[in-house]
Design a protein around this ligand. Structure first.
Ligand code: BTN
Length: 322
């Protein structure tokens, strides 16, 4: 991406035609430079229509993140926003900032994430304008061992926000995926730093699909979906981010004060696989089958295997429908 790519994308975001000549004039560059920048916009995965005599336009308007709009939802939350056009990974960047002493409540959100990371070393792909990618820094007095259940608590925050937005059929999958129609809608990546005895800091990364092209859905190695499927009309992207952060801040405060125990019934009520037969895939490739019997006060998944109830706490274990 060169320095013109994003300004041109901002111009095209209205979904209207803009002639190469007008764009060149506006940015005091040549038409060839504009053409190059348009190629860069396309390299981001966006389609740009180019019609002789009319100019360039996006297939449909694109809603970009706007600081003031998002901040209007954040009053009283203690969350402070830093907005980026492009960044490698909001989690990676915020981990660095956290180590350098960044304040509790700092949130990095970006339009484009070039090296988004998922759990267990996987990549997280975002489509420009088609999702949300952000990370929130939350500091705790306790050490990392006191944070079990944190990722489940964050899932509750996302659920509360999505429900307030009117999303139907959304559920949680242990430990921390948000599903719609049994397909992945959002993922959470939590990275910790600090002393064993505390204090500690959590960088809480969230990726939420809002409206992603079908070809991208098909190219990801698991069933994925987007919020556009869960709502009759997709709300303003800024409002969605504001709601998510507001609910996350509330639930994180509850978690800080009372731990996960108090949130456990709410989490269980949202579990997509509650009382269903599931398989727990272990890091060594083996699997354990049983019935998902809720989560414990520390966030461990409880699996009823008939003879006993087994606990699974490690984030390295994944749950699948049987
Ligand atoms: C997963 O389900 O595997 C977790 C996905 C988390 C993705 C988000 S996007 C914002 C933040 N920055 C990252 O690099 N990853 C998280």
């Amino acid at each position: 991406m060169n320095s013109l790519t994003f300004p041109i994308l901002r111009l095209l975001a209205d979904g209207q035609f803009h002639s190469g000549e007008d764009i060149a004039r506006q940015f005091s560059v040549s038409r060839a430079t504009v053409w190059n920048a348009i190629q860069q916009v396309e390299a981001l995965g966006l389609q740009v229509f180019s019609i002789r005599g009319k100019g360039y336009r996006l297939p449909e308007p694109m809603q970009l993140l706007e600081r003031e709009k998002i901040e209007s939802y954040l009053q009283g939350t203690g969350v402070t926003l830093q907005l980026f056009e492009q960044i490698d990974s909001t989690n990676s960047r915020l981990m660095k900032l956290a180590a350098e002493g960044a304040a509790h409540g700092v949130c990095l959100a970006t339009e484009i994430q070039t090296d988004g990371r998922g759990r267990r070393g996987r990549n997280w792909f975002s489509h420009p304008g088609g999702g949300l990618a952000f990370s929130l820094l939350w500091r705790f007095d306790c050490g990392a061992s006191g944070l079990s259940g944190l990722s489940l608590a964050v899932g509750i925050g996302l659920m509360r926000a999505l429900q307030e937005l009117g999303a139907k059929g959304v559920a949680l999958k242990w430990p921390n995926d948000v599903l719609h129609d049994h397909k992945k809608l959002a993922g959470i990546l939590i990275e910790l730093q600090g002393d064993v005895d505390g204090p500690s800091a959590a960088v809480i990364g969230v990726g939420l699909n809002l409206n992603i092209p079908d070809v991208m859905k098909q190219s990801i190695g698991q069933p994925v979906t987007d919020l556009a499927r869960a709502l009759p009309k997709l709300p303003d992207r800024n409002l969605i981010l504001g709601f998510l952060l507001r609910h996350m801040a509330v639930v994180l405060r509850e978690f800080s004060q009372h731990g996960f125990a108090q949130l456990q019934p709410e989490w269980t009520s949202h579990h997509a696989y509650q009382q269903q037969e599931v398989r727990m895939l272990m890091p060594d490739g083996s699997e354990v089958r049983g019935k998902a019997a809720g989560v414990a006060n520390d966030g461990a998944l409880l699996l009823d295997i008939g003879s006993e109830v087994q606990r699974f706490l490690s984030g390295e274990v994944s749950l699948r429908a049987a």
